[in-house]
Design a protein around this ligand. Structure first.
Ligand SMILES: CC(C)(COP(=O)(O)OP(=O)(O)OC[C@H]1O[C@@H](n2cnc3c(N)ncnc32)[C@H](O)[C@@H]1OP(=O)(O)O)[C@@H](O)C(=O)NCCC(=O)NCCS
Length: 178
């Protein structure tokens, strides 16, 4: 557990700003996330994804009681919010990385850039040494992002619920050590 100021930093990368989500971000986040090809690759996002869902996400990110997680709005200067990235407990031993970007912003290296910045901060700002991630086996793009950011496959594959698809999906565990 860390203090709020440390847990809610603003991080800058070469092209992006990662900052605490605010309620004014909710309409754009809802617009971008209301895309089945986004939500079907996540465990917990619903389909359809509404403004109320985005507002609930922001409220959760701002909840001081959730002291063991850190959520960032990924902002592209000039374009506004383009997605979300964060860390929360994986329920086993580590913090788990999760992220999504709106479709117009895919395939430009933004997810790798954002994840690398979050890992640097988790190590240097939060003093965390171990981060996990799970990606659905039918999501090789996320696997590529995780490999580029320095994660390794553990070999563990398990069925995980996907809320948007309404079914369990094979999910590959990965790990990153500082
Ligand atoms: C996964 C996601 C975050 C990737 O974001 P992005 O900004 O496009 O990622 P990057 O550009 O940093 O890197 C994507 C990599 O995936 C690779 N890739 C894309 N589609 C691929 C595919 N079908 N098979 C294999 N690799 C693929 C790209 O070539 C790139 O790797 P490279 O730089 O070595 O060429 C984005 O597609 C997304 O938000 N998807 C929906 C939500 C999601 O999947 N979240 C993650 C849940 S675990």
């Amino acid at each position: 557990m860390i203090d709020l100021q440390t847990r809610r930093p603003e991080l800058s990368t070469a092209r992006l700003t990662l900052r605490p989500p605010e309620m004014r971000d909710a309409p754009r986040l809802a617009e971008l996330a209301n895309d089945f090809d986004v939500v079907r690759m996540t465990g917990s996002m619903p389909w359809p994804y509404t403004l109320a869902d985005a507002e609930a996400f922001v409220r959760q990110a701002q909840d001081d009681a959730r002291a063991d997680e850190a959520m960032f709005c990924v902002e592209l200067p000039g374009a506004g919010p383009i997605g979300v990235i964060g860390l929360d407990p994986d329920g086993v031993m580590a913090l788990e990385a999760g992220y999504w970007l709106g479709r117009p912003y895919w395939a430009r290296g933004y997810a790798t850039e954002a994840l690398s910045a979050v890992l640097d901060w988790a190590r240097d700002g939060w003093r965390r040494r171990c981060i996990s991630a799970r990606h659905f086996a039918d999501n090789p793009a996320s696997g590529a992002v995780l490999v580029k950011a320095g994660f390794l496959y553990t070999g563990r594959v398990e069925m995980r619920p996907c809320r948007a698809r309404g079914e369990d999906v094979a999910s590959r565990w990965m790990i990153w050590l500082a």
